[in-house]
Unconditional design. Structure first.
Length: 653
């Protein structure tokens, strides 16, 4: 008994072996895409009946199956009576993914399809190797009808006037083809380029590149066209139109200085730091303007800057100019920037402020001193794509600035404030009053910001004044980003690519493209950036016909900002019908790499013969701890009790 107790202290275990014989099921995947309606042999009715007969024969062989149908995606089940064949695309890659996720628990798989791959991941050895047996029943005839199509088109959505832009065109051909295709690029009925390419058909593709050099501003329309070939089934997809937005390469600025002051050089430095800005500087003197003022009235400007102007000496002149000046900036859609100096004549200055619906107000507290200031939270709402750069300024102390005026900021956006005894007084205001844009810096001490350290002044210029000047002059036609689609029309089931370009190197943060149909959001996809091409792309599938709308969103301060939108036309035709034929070689790659068998539809019964009962003998090893098993412990306790009783009865105890 003592030995048994010692034995139990070692926590002994008993290895109990058991086995289970389990029949493995076969996964059956049946194509229900739209192309299955258009094969001459079998017809849709014959296809459904043939599938049902095939499944019944497997049942007679007592083969257990998992039944799936697929088109855009894999779904469980098959309607024996009236299965619809209407999915707009065929996703064989999804079928292989589904097989791999179940591969260890099945005997093998059977795929019944014409092998069209027009959606999702393409089949390759990487996603086939290592799979169990795959048998394939190929549906349809191997001959494809001849068709040439512009498969994709990539062009930059916007360029600066004078820049060259590369246009990439991918031409594809199906069916038997042995001809050269002439691909031409047109703009306004002019041929800009022409190239010959050889295509061998059967899904072959060739990429062609054109270089365009637009010299006019605005939206330039282009047309890519491929020549037709004999017996081509669809000539509408031989051409695609697209457009490129050509942006201004120069912006004219007029600066009028009423009296010499330290701000003048600072403003000119900001302007000259941008090679696309051209400055005409009109400096008032008692005798004349150093540059004839008549040229000012005859020239169209994108921006007019009042620098310490008007002053006492020319106030009467500019009071008389007010109506003419208002007509000039309205008709020419010119922006206005007001930077007062110590010499500005406030009454006349306020008349020009009124053109932007800005006016002086009586201050609640005594001003006429230097005070601290800072940017406020409105900046991130107005310039969301420069907000990260603005955080750099938090490492510096802004110099105090003189203030002697307070502006009624109703209707304006205040970007920076003085903080005086708990009261906020506007320092930087911007205002948009269609078609005008305006800017007001309320302190005459603009120069003091730039007389700080070089590092600080450079960051202020880059991160505050450059964005404001770009906004005033609507660089990029007022847009931060431009987006276009790679084609002008699509077919149902076709992949749509939206391509975007940033103006002024702005960045999209966590970009998203939302897709709408009839005002209802139907999809949402991420926007990705390619550092090599400096282009943003978003991809999604044309799931239904009609007009699809899209919007591009970027995150700024945890808020989604709409940066672009557009519309896409999706035709009633289906990409699934572009290639209605048996893609035998793609399907045979599945069988060749998995020791499976390929059979034509007419030979489908041969696959029935290949499918047999498959069993797996599962052996299980169960380690049972004696100390933790109540039944064994109870049995041992019983044996010990009997042993003790017998020993006592025999007088051994």
């Amino acid at each position: 008994m003592f030995s048994l107790l010692i034995f139990l202290l070692y926590n002994p275990k008993i290895n109990v072996k058991s086995n289970e014989v389990k029949q493995l099921k076969w996964n059956i995947y049946i194509d229900k895409s739209l192309s299955m309606n258009y094969h001459q042999q079998p017809s849709p009715t014959s296809y459904r009946l043939g599938i049902n007969t095939f499944l019944q024969k497997l049942k007679k062989k007592e083969i257990d199956i998992n039944l799936f149908s697929f088109g855009n995606q894999v779904e469980s089940g098959w309607n024996y009576l009236n299965q619809e064949l209407k999915d707009g695309s065929t996703n064989l890659g999804e079928v292989l993914t589904h097989i791999r996720s179940n591969d260890k628990n099945i005997a093998g798989s059977v795929i019944i399809s014409d092998g069209q791959e027009n959606f999702g991941k393409k089949t390759s050895q990487d996603n086939i190797l290592g799979l169990n047996t795959i048998h394939v029943i190929g549906v349809g005839a191997e001959e494809s009808l001849v068709d040439v199509t512009i498969h994709s088109l990539i062009a930059p959505p916007a360029v600066i006037k004078g820049e060259k832009a590369e246009v990439k065109v991918e031409i594809s051909a199906s069916g038997y083809l042995d001809e050269k295709i002439n691909v031409t690029l047109h703009s306004e009925d002019k041929i800009l380029g022409s190239k010959l390419v050889s295509l061998s058909g059967f899904g072959s593709k060739k990429e062609i590149r054109f270089l365009v050099h637009p010299l006019e501003m605005g939206e330039i329309n282009y047309l890519i066209q491929a020549s037709t070939v004999p017996e081509e089934i669809n000539i509408l997809n031989n051409k695609q139109s697209f457009s490129i937005q050509v942006l201004k390469d120069s912006y004219k600025i007029a600066m009028i200085t009423g009296a010499p002051n330290f701000n003048t050089r600072i403003i000119k430095n900001i302007i000259h730091s941008n090679k696309n800005f051209i400055l005409d500087h009109y400096v008032y003197t008692p005798e004349k303007y150093l540059k004839p003022i008549q040229e000012f009235w005859e020239t169209k400007y994108d921006l007019i800057i009042f620098d310490n102007h008007p002053v006492e000496q020319n106030k009467a002149e500019w009071e008389n100019y007010l109506r003419v000046f208002a007509k000039k900036i309205l008709s020419q859609k010119t922006s206005l920037a007001l930077v007062p100096g110590y010499d500005v004549e406030m009454e006349t200055f306020s008349l020009y402020m009124s053109l932007l619906d800005l006016k002086l107000k009586s201050p609640l507290i005594t001003l006429d001193n230097k005070y601290m200031w800072d940017m406020n939270t409105n900046w991130s709402s107005f310039f969301p794509f420069t907000n990260d750069n603005l955080r750099v300024l938090k490492n510096f102390n802004n110099p105090p600035l003189y203030i002697n005026m307070e502006i009624d900021s109703l209707g304006a956006d205040v970007l920076a404030n003085f903080y005086i005894s708990g009261v906020r007084i506007p320092l930087i205001l911007i205002k948009e009053k269609h078609p005008l844009r305006g800017f007001l810096f309320t302190s005459p001490d603009l120069n003091r910001i730039f007389f700080e350290s070089n590092d600080y002044s450079q960051k202020v210029k880059n991160n505050i004044f450059n964005p404001i000047f770009s906004w005033l002059m609507k660089t990029g036609s007022g847009n931060e980003f431009y987006f276009i689609t790679d084609k002008n029309t699509y077919q149902q089931g076709e992949q749509i690519k939206v391509i975007g370009k940033s103006i002024n190197n702005k960045k999209i943060i966590n970009g998203i493209i939302n897709i709408f149909s009839g005002g209802e959001k139907i999809n949402s996809k991420p926007i990705n950036f390619n550092s090599e091409t400096s282009l943003y792309t978003g991809k999604f599938w044309a799931s239904k016909s009609g007009n699809l709308d899209y919007e591009i969103l970027s995150m700024a301060e945890n808020k989604a900002i709409t940066i672009a939108n557009g519309s896409i036309k999706v035709q009633d035709s289906q990409i699934e019908l572009n290639n209605v034929f048996l893609n035998k070689y793609s399907l045979m790659s599945l069988t060749n790499n998995t020791s499976g068998t390929f059979a034509y539809w007419s030979e489908r019964n041969d696959i029935v013969e290949k499918i047999n009962l498959n069993f797996r003998n599962n052996i299980y090893n169960n380690l049972i701890s004696i100390n933790s098993n109540k039944l064994i412990l109870l049995l041992l306790f019983g044996l010990l009790t009997i042993d003790w009783f017998m020993r006592k009865k025999l007088g051994l105890l």
